[in-house]
Design a protein around this ligand. Structure first.
Ligand code: HEM
Length: 137
């Protein structure tokens, strides 16, 4: 891309984060690997879940204080119902970065991708996520 030819905004406001999360979930929920974890295992109510996710990212990226829940415990419980595998984390991250790059660019966008990568790695390690041997070839 030619320098200065990029009119994608940075992910630096509540509006941009709300939009990002909606686009990210559109991809995740259309994916046959990840969608069942949200729909069948956790049975998420999107009207409740999406505002939590939006507040979470507004806390991490903008310093807002609305999100006060324990994300790790929630994933630990989820992992107990249906193991989250290394390839699930990889796919989740791929969608996160692809969605960010499709609509946004800049320092805050790069930071969002880095933060997601770091938390995903910590979460994966702390859950002891393994890859599924049947899928690894
Ligand atoms: C394998 C990757 C992942 C999968 C399949 C996944 C799936 C889910 C599901 C199904 C829920 C809803 C759980 C429930 O309400 O019972 C959830 C909640 C959530 N996830 Fe993930 N997740 C993944 C990774 C991540 C990562 C890496 C982050 C952060 C960077 C994250 C942030 C959140 C947040 C903030 C919530 C909302 C918790 C709340 O209700 O307050 N997730 N996730």
């Amino acid at each position: 891309m030619i320098a200065g030819d990029d009119d994608r905004p940075d992910m630096d406001s509540r509006e941009s984060i709300d939009f990002f999360v909606d686009c990210f979930y559109e991809r995740v929920l259309a994916d046959e690997q990840l969608s069942p974890i949200f729909v069948d295992v956790a049975e998420v109510d999107l009207a409740i879940h999406l505002p939590h996710i939006k507040n979470y990212w507004c806390k991490l990226l903008l310093g807002e204080k609305k999100y006060q829940r324990h994300t790790m415990n929630i994933h630990r419980k989820l992992h107990g119902k249906r193991a989250l595998r290394a390839e699930d984390f990889q796919r989740w991250l791929d969608f996160f970065s692809a969605t960010a790059d499709a609509h946004f660019a800049g320092k805050r966008t790069e930071r969002a991708k880095q933060v997601a990568k770091k938390i995903a790695a910590n979460m994966e390690q702390s859950l002891g996520a393994r890859s599924d041997p049947l899928r690894s070839e």
